[in-house]
Every structure is written in C-alpha cells, then in structure tokens.
Design a protein around this ligand. Structure first.
Ligand SMILES: *Cc1c(COP(=O)(O)O)cnc(C)c1O
Length: 374
C-alpha cells in the first residue's frame, strides 16, 4: 500500500503527465510566459464551467479577495462581516485595506456563517458580507443574499475551498459557489480542489462594470499600458499555471466525484463510531470535500491526532486558533468567549486525508485505525 498522505499531488500529476507536459512544453516554446494565450483560454473556460459572465485570473486567492474589495471602492473604517472560523486570508485583506473586520460565529453543523447572527452585526458602517464556503460546502446563500439586499450590502464569496460546489435556491435554481454574490473569489493553490503547480487565483462576477474595474486593478490600475487610472496591484496568473489549469479543469468533475466517494466511504465506516461526528451535509448545497472534517467528542482531539500520527496517518487541524484570538487580530477588540462555536470547533475539528488518488486499501486502514481508537 502506498504511504497515506493528506494529498497526493505526485500521483495525480503522473496520471495526466503526457497532457500536462505537452501543455507546459507549448508555453516554454512560445516563451509567452505572461499573458500567453492559455490565460485567456483558461479564464473563458472557467467562466463557462461556473456559469458566470466574467472570470478574471490573478496571482492567488488572497489577492483575489483584496482586488474584489478594492474594486468595490470601500473606504477606510467601513465594516466587513466575515466568519470567525476561516482561513486568515479572508480577514487579512480586510485589515490591509484599513476596513474593519467584523467577525460572526459559525453554525455548529455546517461550519459556515451563522445566518441567524448576521443581522446583529450590521451597522450603518457595514458595506459587505464575506461568506466563506468552508471545507467545500456552500454557506447558506439564499438568506445571506436576502439580508444583503435588504441592507444594501455587497457579497464577496470566498470560494477558495469550494470550487465546483453548487447551491440550490428555494425556487430550484442552482448556482455554483463563487457566482452568487456581487463578486466571488477562488484559489488555485496546489492543494485546492482545482490546483495549479504554484500560486493562482480568480475573481468571478456577472457585472461588466466591475469586471472591467477588477481587470484594471489587477494590472497596476491601467486601462492601457502606462495609463494608470487608479492605484492597483500587480497580480497575474502566469501562462504556465494557466496551461496546467486548462488541462486540470477538464478533470475537475472527476476529481470532485472521487472526493465524494472517499467521503461516502468515511461516512459509512465512521457514522456509527461513538466519539466522532462525521460531516453534516446541508440539504441545499453539494459538498466538494476540500476537507473531510470530523468532530472529536470528549476533549480527545489532540490525543487522537497524535494516535493517528503514531499509526502513520496524517491529519490536519483547520483551524487551531480562531482568528479573533490570533495575535495579529487582537486589535479588533474581540476576546475569548465572543464566538463560542468557533472556539469549540478549534478544539474539536480534525480533517482526515482526502484526495483524488486515495485507494480502498488506504481508506480501510484509516477507518480500522480510527475505530480501534474509539
Ligand atoms: C486558500 C484560501 C485562501 C487563499 O488562497 P491563496 O491562493 O493561498 O492566497 C483564501 N480563503 C480561503 C478560505 C482559503 O482556503
């Protein structure tokens, strides 16, 4: 049996090596390393895949969030609501732009923004809500969008972990993660569901005016070369990464299916294991299982993690320290106790190995090892 890994990017690459190598070779031969034809081709293919009008590629998922917020023209001091249980990038860009991060607790079952608590966070300074589709499952977008409409707020969806997930509205309409808000953002970091061979990101919108602005900001604020209309940044997806993504996008559905199969296997093996709680599936969204995150009961999570590691099984904790308790974000003025669910999750969640190359042998070993513990 192959060594169990959190992700197995080598095997994934080897499976499509000829196609990837050919794509990379084409870029090397063309020497169009920046803005080669693959970049445009990929952004068109991504937009088509997601059913969104514009996909603007950029350097990474963090830049994508920052550019989205710059494009919406927020002013220093404006408040942006985000979940307390998320990756630091979401809060970081808000802080960098001198906006005020306003944390909201998450739902214990879905790990996503607790819609019930959103209303109490809205003030006359609130300009936007950033729902994060954590671990691969969409936040409850319909009520979030309704609240945003009512209060005239923008929605920036952080879809870095949920590319390919679909949300179903009460009228039956389905929309892909990242395409429901004013702007959506995603990341092609190698371990994300659609990963490139370095850094990459994209910004999604259906608004033509915003798309133009986003393109301009990502490219030094210029409309024409050397004509700078606004202060921008330099954030690009390079051609090599776009070439890799053009190949891998074709496999995304297959990859998602594989992840779902792994998740179903875990569900079946672990559902009846006392001491562990398998991921909840919200009824109105698909789950693309960027992570398979379980909750460990009875204060045993860290001991369980060590046990797994001693038995050759890697596991990760997303996230150990809630954002409001991170040193860099203490200035926001929150304290321990402010977000009880997030704080509890930081002590109970653990993500098991899940990737596109897992074998039944590996899954059986992991499940048996886990069962032995509980
Ligand atoms: C990965 C991630 C990002 C940032 O993406 P990078 O490409 O690493 O900058 C942002 N938000 C979430 C929720 C993420 O998981």
């Amino acid at each position: 049996m192959e060594k169990i890994q959190m992700v197995d990017l080598q095997t994934q690459y080897l499976r499509i090596k000829p196609e990837i190598d050919a794509a990379i070779q084409r870029v090397l031969t063309s020497a169009a390393f920046i803005q080669g034809s693959d970049v445009k081709e990929f952004s068109n293919a991504l937009a088509k895949y997601l059913g969104v009008k514009y996909a603007i590629t950029c350097g990474n998922g963090t830049d994508a969030l920052q550019i989205a917020m710059m494009a919406l023209g927020f002013e220093p001091g404006d408040e942006v609501i985000l979940p307390a249980h998320t990756y630091v990038a979401t809060a970081e860009v808000i802080a960098l732009l001198k906006l005020k991060p306003v944390f909201v607790d998450v739902d214990e079952k879905t790990f996503n923004l607790d819609v019930e608590q959103l209303g109490s966070k809205i003030t006359n300074k609130t300009v936007a809500i950033v729902p994060v589709h954590l671990y691969g499952q969409c936040a409850d977008m319909e009520p979030i969008l309704n609240i945003a409409t009512k209060h005239n707020l923008y929605i920036i969806e952080d879809a870095a972990q949920a590319l390919g997930a679909a949300y179903t509205f009460s009228d039956g309409k389905k929309r892909m993660a990242g395409t429901m808000g004013t702007i959506g953002t995603t990341s092609f970091f190698p371990t994300k569901n659609l990963g490139c061979f370095g850094d990459g990101g994209a910004i999604l919108t259906n608004d033509e005016h915003l798309a133009t602005k986003i393109k301009m900001i990502a490219s030094h604020g210029q409309t024409k070369k050397y004509h700078h209309e606004t202060i921008g940044v330099n954030s690009r997806l390079d051609t090599l990464q776009a070439a890799v993504l053009n190949v891998k996008l074709k496999y995304l559905d297959e990859y998602t299916l594989k992840r779902s199969e792994v998740a179903l296997f875990y569900d079946a093996m672990l559902a009846s294991t006392a001491g562990i709680e398998v991921p909840f599936r919200a009824p109105n969204t698909t789950h693309v299982f960027h992570q398979y995150t379980v909750k460990v009961k009875g204060n045993r999570r860290d001991d369980f993690k060590k046990y797994l590691s001693d038995n050759g099984i890697p596991a990760m904790i997303y996230y150990h320290i809630p954002l409001h308790m991170q040193k860099a974000y203490l200035y926001v003025g929150c304290k321990e106790g402010d977000f009880p669910v997030t704080e509890r999750l930081s002590k109970t969640v653990i993500s098991l190995p899940i990737h596109t190359e897992m074998t039944t042998d590996q899954l059986e070993v992991i499940s048996a090892t886990i069962k032995k513990y509980f």
